[in-house]
Every structure is written in C-alpha cells, then in structure tokens.
Write a new protein. Sequence first.
Length: 175
Amino acid sequence: MSKHFKEIMNDITTFIFDVDGVLTDGSVHVSKEGYLLRTMNIRDGYAIKAAVEQGYNVCVISGGSNEGVRIRLSNLGVKEIYLGVSDKVEVLNDFINNYKIFPEHVLYMGDDIPDYHVMQKVALPTCPQDAASEIKRISKYISHVNGGKGAARDVIEQVMKTQNKWFQHFEAKYD
C-alpha cells in the first residue's frame, strides 16, 4: 500500500521545480526586440525564499534558458538552477548524487510531458491544477492552484506546515 501524500510530506527535504507552467503560467510575452518575458508569482517567491532559509534544498530544472529567470531565482536564494536542460532525469541524478539526497526525500513539481520521466524518480511528484493530463495521472498531489498562480507556494507551505516549519519561519524572523 502506497503512502498518502501527506505522509510523504513528513520526509521531504528537497523541492525541485520546473519553470514554465509551474513557476509561471506558461505564457511568454514577446517584446519587439524578440525577448521572451515571463511573469512569476510573488507568493511563490516568498515560499521559495522561506524554504531556502529553513534549510530545504531548492532546485530548478527547466528546458527554458531565460537569464532573467536565473537572476530572479538566485535573488530568492536558489543555488541550483539548471536551465536549457534536455534530459531532466540526468540532471536530477547528478543533483541528488552531488548533494547525497535520497529520492524518497524529493518533491518535484512539473506540468507537462518533459517532466514525465523525472517525476517518476521522486517520492512526491506534484503538479499545478492546469497541468497536462498525463502529468496529473502520475502526480501524487495536484495543487488546487494553476501554474504561476501560487502552485509552488501551495506545496512548499503544505510541506512546511506538515513539518511545523511554516509559520515558525515567519515568527522567528519578526520576533
């Protein structure tokens, strides 16, 4: 019998996110100069920063290669940012081997076919509400929120609350 997603959350030490469709809504605005612009949710950003500050491993693996995304994530404290990735499983394996992380401690949030195989390698595959049906089918948790609208915040907050680290982060910072 497999564990319920809430039980798995007790063991999560690592969050891995895709970018487009997860940390963004999947839209790309194209400037007249040809720059691709994305919009990221500020609440996702707060949760990512809180997770980093609480000692969670936070990693981003994306097929896209926008340097603005790298800057935004770096400013939130994310150190492991892999952009322009064609083989997400290979990057996942390198990441967990380098940091000696067990797959049963990893939550991955993806939204589309390029995330399919990597999501099968972790304990807690998750996705936004508006993910592709193939991704929803293999996810142990489907957020009630769409990508780019707080889906990352949803899973980070749930894990941190399960581990009694969510509001404690805020209280410790402002006491």
